[in-house]
Write a protein that binds this ligand. Structure first.
Ligand code: BGC
Length: 757
């Protein structure tokens, strides 16, 4: 009896997946009935013709493939009617009736569009970010979907890379917190509910470190850099229970991520304990051939063995695995492993209990673009905006007098949503002009003028940017005529509000820019407006940090509004007129010039640090540019003023696992109620490796009435002192640490502590 018990116990310990995952047994039982072709079919994810595509391939003969059991999931279609038709083919038309999963790029909202992810991250508000994902899940499931290709958690330190707009910026701690909030928002606590979606964390891994910010480019990085700065957000999403992961386009240590065994198996599964499934990016499996890894059969076998489970669009697994099995290049166990993971996901989603649980034709009208969802999007957008400059307290604007509202993005709905809005409809969005009218009513007189095209560069820019549909057009008027009209409007006004920036697809995938300034047409407009001598508010609608040195010097006030989403105009107006006092903080450094890139706050000190102004020979600096960014990470102003007391520490010497409390008294000494993001950074000045100058380790968003003070405290443990050493062990080393609390990475109050082992 005792022996039997011991054997049972051993078996239990030896098969952790059984005890962890209640669906494994069911999936295995189903697999016992499946043919080899049907198993391989589960690994195939395809996009039917007519859907939004980001590559050159779309599948043909989709209907027949589904009926033959050759398709595990579809992506790119929306609406319960269309999804039902497709699911019918699988459930009623295929031999075993295995349901398909339905995915989509639900990135920052489904049909109610929230700010682009870079904007979301600038709110530093995890509650609102989670809520945006919950609403996206509710709308997307109402549209028949059950799988979102989000969150995108790639760390990016290079604003030339267009996809910096899709992530949470440069910091691993902030990025990790947001990754968790997004996964919680999409997946809720029960994936089988009909209003939750399976998350797909992407792009695993390091995609944001593409050399020179050029899309799809090579990545080459030390393991220490990966573990400390680039991998934590993916790990955070895995820890939060994300059901799936998408491999990235780039190489890692010379091997494409999609076929990288170290990445997909050793790190992801063995080290991190990930139990979901891995899907490739769009044809990234086939692209391994261009990377120089061999023909389609070779790379497909390599990817499967490395740990890839599902092939997006490329059909490499579908068309080659049978042959590879016969030739001994893969084993049945390799195929079974991948198939099992995909079936388990379908069980988790509840699709085997009811393949139609996400398909309800009555739901879109009830759940999509509701007043409630729109109001959440408006709030989120206002919270994401960052006040970059506000001379003479020009903002908030009074709801009286005359405003000249100018710029190519002022009376523009088309470019309010930003990149990746597969299901979003720009016609549903609110322009800045409409928003100002809604918020200020008849009490302000508004004179409008377009002032310039988004760009005049037809030959190059416009045609490329308009690849996904016309978002910018060249006006029939000449550039000078438009500028003259804007100047005339400005001359009649008390204040000028210029809404300028990028069109939606000037950032996002395949939108790298070598020059990240405002297009020349818009710079010329701003220069002409400045000459009028009128107070000038620049509202920026854009998807990435821009170089704005001239604008920063000459505008009276600047508001970074990102691509704010469906409620864009209302949210911009809420902030401009002070209905909401801006509280956003940058999650990515704004460089002064492209030559400074990559530029990020948590850099190392170098052996010859530069700490002054001007140029210093034989120091780490530039002959022709300052080292400082234009706006540092964590930066953002408020209409009110926040004062920080010196940092108080509960102790100045600690031992081992003791805890330290660092406190600052925050006072709102201005005239407006407001919120401040208090940021905690730690410096480890002496260690066994060269550490960064400081790292973000915590933050709190605090609301204060005018005149009110609050003590804001952070509890610090040795966890916050840990780093990956040269053996990739996460350790802490005793010594002195500098604790910083402040309003941005460049503006902090500091205190020292000695922490002994
Ligand atoms: C992108 C992914 C996206 C996929 C499917 C790819 O080009 O890199 O982020 O999820 O297309 O649309």
């Amino acid at each position: 009896m005792k022996k039997l018990f011991r054997i049972g116990l051993l078996l239990l310990l030896a098969t952790p997946t059984f005890s962890q995952n209640p669906y494994t047994a069911k999936a295995k039982a189903l697999m016992a009935k499946m043919t080899l072709e049907e198993k391989i079919g589960q690994l195939n994810l395809i996009i039917p013709g007519g859907a939004a595509v980001t590559g050159s391939v779309v599948s043909s003969d989709v209907e027949n493939k589904i009926k033959k059991g050759q398709v595990g999931g579809l992506f790119g279609i929306t609406s319960p009617e269309k999804v039902r038709k497709a699911q019918d083919l699988a459930v009623k038309g295929s031999r075993l009736g295995i349901p398909m999963i339905f995915g989509l790029d639900v990135i920052h909202g489904h049909k109610t569009i929230f700010p682009i992810p870079l904007g979301l991250s600038a709110s530093w508000d995890m509650g609102l970010i989670e809520q945006s994902a919950t609403i996206a899940a509710k709308e997307a499931t109402a549209d028949g979907l059950n799988w979102a290709f989000s969150p995108m958690v790639d760390i990016a330190r290079d604003a030339r890379w267009g996809r910096i707009s899709e992530g949470s910026g440069e910091d691993p701690y902030l990025g990790g917190q947001i990754a968790k909030a997004m996964v919680r928002g999409y997946q809720g606590t029960d994936l089988s509910k009909n209003n939750t979606l399976m998350a797909c964390v992407k792009h695993f891994a390091l995609y944001g470190a593409a050399e020179a910010g050029r899309e799809y480019n090579t990545v080459d990085m030390s393991r220490m850099q990966m573990y400390e700065y680039y991998l934590p957000p993916y790990k955070a999403a895995v820890d939060a229970g994300a059901g799936s992961i998408m491999s990235s386009f780039n190489v890692i240590d010379g091997i494409p991520a999609t076929g990288n065994k170290w990445l997909l198996t050793d790190l992801l599964r063995k080290e991190w304990g990930f139990t979901g499934f891995v899907v490739s990016d769009y044809t990234s499996l086939n692209e391994m051939t261009n990377h120089g890894l061999g023909d389609l059969q070779t790379v497909s076998a390599l990817a499967l063995k490395a740990g890839l489970d599902m092939d997006m669009v490329g059909e490499g697994l579908l068309t080659t695995l049978n042959k590879s099995l016969k030739e001994g290049k893969v084993t049945l166990a390799d195929i079974d492993k991948a198939c099992l993971r995909i079936l388990e996901a379908k069980y988790k989603l509840g699709l085997f209990d009811d393949p139609y649980r996400y398909i309800d034709e009555a739901r879109p009208a009830k759940d999509i673009l509701t007043a409630e969802n729109r109001s959440a999007a408006r709030k989120m957008a206002a919270h994401s905006m960052v006040l970059l400059k506000n001379d003479n307290q020009l903002l908030p604007l009074k709801k009286s007098g005359t405003i000249a509202l100018v710029g190519p993005l002022a009376d523009n709905r088309r470019n309010m949503l930003g990149t990746w809005v597969v299901a979003g409809d720009w016609k549903q969005s609110v322009s800045v002009l409409e928003g100002i009218k809604n918020v200020a009513g008849n009490s302000v007189n508004i004179i409008t003028a377009k002032g310039s095209n988004i760009t005049d560069d037809t030959a190059l820019f416009l045609k490329r940017v308009n690849a996904l549909g016309v978002e910018a057009e060249i006006d029939a008027r000449s550039p000078q005529q438009m500028i003259d009209e804007a100047v005339a409007a400005a001359n009649k006004a008390d204040v000028v509000v210029a809404v300028v920036g990028e069109s939606s697809n000037m950032s996002g995938e395949s939108s790298s820019r070598a020059d990240i300034s405002l297009p020349a047409s818009q710079q010329a407009l701003l220069k002409a407006l400045h000459k009028t001598g009128k107070p000038l508010v620049v509202v920026l609608i854009n998807g990435r940090p821009l170089t704005l040195v001239w604008e920063n010097e000459h505008a009276t006030a600047m508001l970074e509004a990102w691509a704010p989403g469906t409620e864009a105009g209302n949210a911009v107006a809420d902030v401009l007129f002070g209905n909401y006092n801006p509280s956003g903080k940058l999650s990515a450094t704004f460089p002064r010039s492209v030559g400074q890139i990559p530029i990020y706050y948590n850099h190392k000190n170098t052996g010859r640090p530069f700490d002054g102004t001007g140029f210093a020979k034989f120091k780490s600096n530039y002959l022709d540019e300052s080292n400082d960014p234009l706006y540092p990470f964590g930066y953002g102003l408020s209409y009110t003023k926040f004062d920080y007391s010196p940092v108080k520490l509960s102790k100045t010497t600690l031992q081992g696992e003791e805890k330290l409390t660092a406190t600052v008294t925050l006072t709102n000494s201005g005239k407006y109620a407001g919120e401040e993001v208090v940021q905690l950074y730690i410096t480890d000045p002496v260690a066994s490796i060269s550490r960064s100058v400081k790292d973000l380790k915590g933050f709190q968003k605090v609301a204060l009435q005018p005149g009110e003070s609050k003590e804001v405290s952070f509890v610090i443990t040795t966890e916050e002192l840990r780093f990956f050493n040269s053996e990739l062990k996460k350790i802490w080393e005793p010594g002195t640490f500098i604790i910083h609390l402040g309003t941005s990475s460049a503006n902090v109050k500091s205190a020292e502590v000695i922490w002994n082992k």
